[in-house]
Write a protein that binds this ligand. Structure first.
Ligand code: BGC
Length: 490
């Protein structure tokens, strides 16, 4: 579409002059509800730090702080050929990665397969069959008529899973809208391996990993200042390296206290008790109507899966509880469809470069069949800004909490996920929140920088498989289930 109105800077105040008083009042109410000031951020972070600690304790807490059995960072000299499988929300990706002789270098071949929406609420059997189909297709097309020796697989399974071993993972609970029966509470590796065996595929799971751990390891491979791996996407979470001696729940294993192990925080579950998070009535509705009420409180306020829904619920509130205020005389039935708007819609609204918000106007017409007035467009823009800003500022709290908990004053944080890579201003808003929380002086350079990560579920998964085999060879057997099995991959 060609814009006729003059362009304006991306983050503008908007022209409030022409907005009717009653709508202005609503905008003001939204501002009050969604704005998270520095004091609240700090309060959130303080509680976050104690919850991270609690997750490492024997009693445990809301935040799982899962031990991953990824024992230390790569040194850049890892080698070998690995398969990586990433079961994401939208796509399933299979990669073959060769870590080459040159330091921190690799070759990658990959194929993406669409993850059918029905699969997310289907049966466990359908899920494993589909995954096996994709792996089989990949092997057939990339190794046609070749005799392939057993390939170690790094399986990125980005849901909370407790691991007694690195090639083991009991799904605690589905997140991100998945709801497949018969998987929660079970180890996800045996059903996958069983089906691979049945189909005669030369693949063995060497490591089950979380996307955040993969992000951490892949990022540290090329930048040794990377100490935290984060995902700001459909879901949210982070991983970091902890000393075994600081993990009370591992004390019974008598491992060396100065040994490193990556912790997959699963901090989307932060504050499920609703103690410090500034929830609005829309956040309560999202939780109530989700497949898992009472869970993933922090994720439901910050992750891409929910931002568009928060926006839709806020508009619906105006429509139902302030009759005649917006979209007068129009058919608003589309707006009643749950999860109709995803976070890319908010991103597009925030990115509309035109003074008259004509791209937003066109978007609302196309998606909601609503013709908005200029004043309504201003309100919609402000609402998107408020929801996007709140998400970015709260997201910074998780990173700040890990830094505070570990006493890390400066580091790089590798980040990935659709919200981080595609949502406008997310990075700057997050960086600003970090400055406020960590009290850096105005002229001081940012000591903690959140930056784009390397490919965690591809290269990261391969590296973790490589690190696992390397330590098996060296005799570090912490978190290794079956030595004989692992040795078949050496
Ligand atoms: C999952 C995490 C994952 C995060 C980002 C959350 O819903 O529980 O395991 O790391 O999403 O993908």
């Amino acid at each position: 579409m060609v814009g006729l109105g003059p362009k304006h800077p991306p983050s503008r105040k908007g022209s409030v002059a022409d907005i009717p008083q009653d709508l202005l009042k609503q905008i003001k109410d939204f501002e009050d509800e969604f704005t998270v000031n520095s004091a609240t951020l700090k309060k959130v972070v303080d509680h976050f730090v104690s919850e991270l600690e609690k997750g490492l304790s024997v009693e445990g807490g809301n935040i799982p702080m899962n031990v991953t059995w990824v024992m230390g960072f790569p040194d850049g000299h890892e080698q070998g050929t690995f398969l990586a499988l990433d079961m994401g929300g939208t796509n399933l990706r299979v990669c073959e990665i060769t870590l080459t002789e040159e330091k921190s270098a690799f070759d990658i071949t990959q194929s993406k397969y669409r993850m059918p929406e029905e699969l997310k609420t289907g049966t466990a059997e359908e899920l494993w069959e589909y995954i096996a189909d994709c792996l089989e297709q990949f092997i057939n097309s990339h190794h046609e008529n070749e005799k392939v020796s057993k390939l170690p697989l790094g399986f990125t399974f980005s849901y909370p899973a407790t691991q007694d071993y690195i090639d083991h993972g009991v799904l605690q609970r589905w997140t991100k809208g998945f709801d497949i029966d018969g998987v929660e509470g079970k180890d996800v590796v045996p059903p996958l391996e069983e089906i691979l065996k049945k189909r005669g595929l030369p693949i063995k799971v060497a490591a089950l990993i979380n996307d955040t751990t993969g992000t951490l390891i892949a990022s540290a491979y090329t930048d040794t200042a990377m100490k935290i791996g984060c995902i700001f996407g459909t879901g949210v979470n982070a991983a970091y390296m902890e000393k075994v001696g600081r993990i009370p729940k591992l004390a019974h294993m008598n491992l060396p206290a100065d040994m490193d192990v990556a912790i997959n925080c699963e901090y989307g579950a932060f504050d499920n008790e609703h103690i410090v998070l500034p929830l609005t009535k829309y956040d309560h509705i999202i939780d109530r109507d989700s497949p898992r009420p009472g869970q993933q409180a922090f994720e439901k306020m910050t992750a891409g899966l929910y931002l568009g829904e928060i926006f839709r619920l806020a508009l619906l509130d105006l429509l139902d509880n302030h009759p005649g205020l917006i979209f007068n005389g129009q058919d608003t039935s589309e707006l009643r469809k749950p999860y109709l708007l995803d976070s890319s819609v908010l991103a597009a609204i925030e990115e509309d470069p035109y003074e008259n918000l004509e791209e937003t106007e066109e978007l609302l017409e196309r998606l909601l069949k609503i013709k908005a007035t200029p004043a309504e467009l201003e309100m919609v823009r402000r609402l998107a800004e408020l929801i996007g800003t709140r998400a970015a500022r709260l997201s910074a709290c998780g990173v700040a909490a890990i830094c505070k908990k570990t006493g890390m004053e400066s580091c790089h944080v590798g980040a990935d996920g659709s919200v981080f890579t595609k949502y406008p201003h997310f990075k700057e808003r997050g960086a600003q929140a970090l400055r406020e929380i960590l009290d850096w002086a105005p002229q001081e350079q940012d000591k903690v920088s959140i930056m784009a990560a390397e490919d965690g579920s591809g290269v990261g998964a391969a590296l973790i498989a490589a690190l696992t085999l390397k330590r098996v060879k060296a005799g570090n057997l912490a978190g290794i289930r079956n030595l004989a099995d692992m040795k078949t991959l050496l």
